[in-house]
Design a protein around this ligand. Structure first.
Ligand code: MN
Ligand code: MN
Length: 275
């Protein structure tokens, strides 16, 4: 790994999933579909991952149960950041984004976060677990790890989470009344991208634990990733659940997003970059 390489890492963790296990099996399934020969690895931005020395696959890390194991993810991401490379993590459920952001903050300070999700994941605690996959953005915000949190695709927000969003100054782009064709996230400087696949309508991505109808299309999500402003310095794609998938179609959605996000990261961060 060297400066501004994009380092792909699988984080096999679902012990903080509140409803259903399965996301720990996601990285292996996404890799299998990525390399099964059905599609090439060319991103729409002109970056071909099959022919790019700056795209490095570090394989998977198995994360055991318990808070220490979850928080240990920070160390795996810090190793990537210490080499100057840019982490692209495959979850795992959304609980992994809190320890990831601790590592990002240690290197970059508070950065902007663009968060795609049906859910705000802002619970103070969920079923007694403050590290639940329903809580990561409460932990991130109360620890000052982000300069700004923009949530897109939200369509399952209860009164507690609305209160939390207000408390933390979260910028919420609810699915209701959302006009994706005119939406361009206006970050300046470094931005971290976190994609919960349940932001997509279940018609496009049935392989998730929490089906929340009325979501984004794959095309709309890709278009926003392409045109957002800012320098993408890290990303994760989380909450794929192979146990719920149909004909691996959601795994292929994850591969498609991986290609476009990696293409964006490789284009944003050239060797000359100072970010
Ligand atoms: Mn989530
Ligand atoms: Mn979600």
């Amino acid at each position: 790994m060297k400066k501004n390489d994009v380092a792909l890492i699988g984080i096999c963790s679902d012990s903080n999933s509140s409803f259903m296990k399965g996301p720990a099996e996601a990285p292996a399934k996404i890799r299998e579909v990525m390399h099964n020969g059905s599609a090439n690895l060319a991103s729409e931005l002109g970056v071909d991952l099959s022919d790019n020395s700056r795209f490095v696959d570090l394989g998977d890390r198995q994360i055991g149960p318990g808070p220490d194991a979850l928080m240990g993810i920070e160390k795996h991401i810090a190793e990537i950041l210490d080499s100057g490379a840019l982490p692209l993590s495959l979850g795992g459920d959304h609980a992994i984004t809190y320890p990831i952001m601790r590592a990002i903050h240690a290197r970059h300070g508070p950065v902007g976060i663009l968060h795609f999700d049906a859910h705000p994941d802002l619970y103070d605690e969920y079923e007694g677990n403050r590290l639940s996959n329903a809580c990561p953005f409460a932990r991130i915000m109360e620890n000052g790890l982000a300069s700004r949190l923009v949530q897109v695709g939200i369509r399952a927000q209860n009164a507690h989470q609305k209160e939390q969003a207000k408390r933390f100054g979260v910028e919420t782009c609810e699915m209701r009344n959302f006009d994706p064709s005119s939406f361009t996230p206006d970050f300046s400087g470094p931005v971290y991208l976190t994609i919960d696949l349940d932001v997509l309508d279940p018609a496009y991505a049935p392989g998730v634990s929490h089906h929340e109808p009325g979501g984004l299309s794959v095309r709309t999500l890709i278009d926003i990733i392409h045109r957002m402003e800012g320098t993408v310095i890290g990303a994760d794609i989380v909450c794929y659940n192979p146990r719920r998938d149909i004909n691996d179609m959601t795994a292929m959605v994850a591969v498609k997003l991986l290609k476009e996000v990696a293409g964006r990261m490789l284009s944003d961060n050239t060797q000359a970059s100072t970010c």
